[in-house]
Design a binder for this molecule. Structure first.
Ligand code: HEM
Ligand code: HEM
Ligand SMILES: [Fe+2]
Length: 483
């Protein structure tokens, strides 16, 4: 029925422009993430590197928080960008949305500066409020936490009010409305303070796991559905049907799959069975997503070829490449690398080794970075008014080097983790000195070297990506006008 909603009277310009503002900050933060990652990677090889100037603990904190924050920026940007197409009306509350954007950006800048300027000192009640809350990935101090909640509620209100005004309520929007509410609400679970470290970890996982393995996954499912309609004219009925199936499966397996983080933090032992069973089921929807993207496309092309036509034209090939990479990356990073260590029998050996870092890199990159970059390319195409945007040499170098670099880092870290499992855990019994002995072994040291090299490759890819993003639009526009 609704393959694409026509917006004749207006283009939803304001909402899309606001989305682009979020995309710009997202890509800057992505660059910062990589730079701080490189510093932390060099510190594995030269432990004295930047000691007391930029300590490992700070470089790591900035690396992973910049990651989470740039992804949230790109997600908010994507919603503002796609909403006019999905609702057929201009977004409500653009003014307040812009204000929220500036407040958030100022807060993020202050928080990062404080991390960098104040690196050591006692953890007190006041440091929780002003410096760092100490929860990995959610280290923002309390004042910023509260600010983030206000900004996100503003955003949610805008989305909700726009949805209510929409003449047609598409499946993509319905899923987003429910999903964003869960995403925003979960953040609260990681905000209150308790002295009991088990309880603290218990609730902290509600945010981390239930974000990346439930709400974010559903979110990118909605983006993939939107992108496939936009890029190759996929049928709305088909992509939305899959979206609903994924919602059902991910919320099912993802929620009880939370148990795979409850094995060793002092929670009751029944989590071993629950965690093992349900988290092992988690890859099922990821595989479905993977099959669906490629199958749908292949089927469409097949039908077209049978009719003697050339098949659907890809309207934006760099974006399409990133979306296809998303299907592979999600499947490999979350599905395969996640499944590897999700059973308690395996996890007792791999828990907290570099193996975990291998999975963390490939999954965050594969499941989220890829599709969000794809959305940015769709944004560029719109901003320059281009009908068909073709990949340039720079687009190809960007995607190739980044994907190659991240995969290289993942393999290196997997080897380092394997060595830790054998020496630190199996042979030496997982004690404090075993931890250090394992890190001096040649395989571990070499793996860390390779990770740093592959990190540099990733960063060179990032430079190509940004260079492409700054030039592809202008170039395509000139070609379009010349043709
Ligand atoms: C896109 C989805 C996913 C992302 C972004 C992701 C990311 C991460 C990250 C960053 C960690 C490390 C957390 C820490 O610092 O302690 C982690 C841990 C873990 N993940 Fe995932 N993950 C995803 C999906 C999955 C799936 C589908 C499975 C299972 C099939 C899985 C299994 C695990 C397990 C068992 C751990 C704990 C590792 C340990 O004990 O050290 N993950 N994940
Ligand atoms: C220039 C490329 C990169 C380098 C050199 C790098 C390096 C690092 C280092 C050294 C750590 C700390 C590991 C530890 O504590 O043992 C780390 C953690 C992490 N990085 Fe990166 N990184 C890079 C790119 C990325 C990308 C592209 C992503 C995802 C999109 C990412 C996601 C993460 C995550 C999720 C963690 C936490 C892992 C965990 O707790 O297990 N990094 N990275
Ligand atoms: Fe998890």
């Amino acid at each position: 029925m609704l393959t694409s909603i026509k917006t004749n009277q207006f283009e939803g310009n304001k909402s899309k422009e606001l989305g682009m503002m979020y995309f710009r900050v997202a890509i800057i933060l992505f660059g910062a993430q990589l730079l701080f990652g490189l510093v932390a990677a060099f510190q594995f090889i030269f432990p004295g590197f930047l000691f007391e100037v930029l300590d490992f603990s700070v470089a790591r904190t900035v690396h992973i928080n910049a990651l989470v924050v740039w992804m949230l920026y790109a997600m908010i940007g994507s919603v503002y960008f796609l909403m006019p197409d999905e609702t057929g009306v201009e977004t409500v509350g653009i003014g307040i949305g812009k204000l929220a954007f500036w407040v958030l950006t100022a807060a993020v800048t202050v928080v990062v500066l404080v991390y960098i300027l104040i690196q050591v000192g006692p953890g007190k009640e006041s440091s929780i409020w002003l410096i760092n809350e100490g929860r990995e990935y959610l280290e923002a101090p309390r004042w910023a936490d509260i600010g983030i909640v206000v900004v996100v509620l503003t955003f949610y209100w805008n989305v909700f009010a726009t949805f209510m005004k929409a003449k047609v309520k598409t499946g993509i929007m319905q899923v987003l409305i429910a999903d964003l509410m869960a995403l925003a609400g979960l953040y609260l679970a990681g905000m209150f303070f308790t002295d009991n470290i088990s309880m603290d970890q218990y609730w902290w996982w509600w945010v981390i796991h239930l974000w990346v393995e439930a709400t974010w996954e559903v979110f990118v499912g909605a983006l993939a559905a939107y992108a496939l309609i936009k890029l190759i004219g996929a049928k709305r009925e088909i992509v939305e049907m899959w979206l609903w199936i994924e919602v059902l499966m991910l919320f099912g397996s993802g929620i009880l799959g939370l148990g795979h983080h409850y094995f060793w933090i002092g929670t009751p032992e029944y989590w071993w069975e629950i965690g093992a069973l349900f988290s092992a089921l988690e890859p099922v929807p990821l595989v479905a997503m993977f099959v669906h993207v490629l199958y749908d496309w292949g089927k469409e092309q097949g039908v077209a070829h049978a009719k003697g036509e050339t098949g659907s034209v890809v309207t934006n090939s760099p974006a399409m490449s990133w979306v296809v990479l998303n299907a592979f990356g999600n499947f490999l990073g979350a599905g395969i690398w996640g499944f590897f260590h999700t059973l308690p029998q395996v996890n007792i050996y791999t828990h907290g080794t570099q193996f975990t870092a291998a999975h963390g890199h490939l999954s965050f990159f594969g499941a989220y970075a890829t599709i969000l970059i794809g959305m940015m390319y769709i944004g560029i195409q719109y901003a320059y008014g281009i009908k068909i945007m073709k990949a340039t040499f720079k687009s190809k170098m960007g995607i190739f080097l980044i994907a190659f670099g991240v995969m290289g880092m993942t393999i290196a870290l997997t080897i380092a983790g394997y060595e830790q499992v054998l020496i630190e855990r199996a042979e030496l019994g997982a004690g404090w000195s075993a931890f250090f002995t394992a890190q001096e072994m040649p395989w571990y040291v070499q793996a860390q070297l390779w990770r740093a090299i592959m990190g540099v490759v990733t960063f060179v890819g990032f430079i190509y990506l940004v260079w492409d993003m700054l030039t592809i639009g202008k170039q395509a526009k000139l070609e379009q006008e010349g043709a």
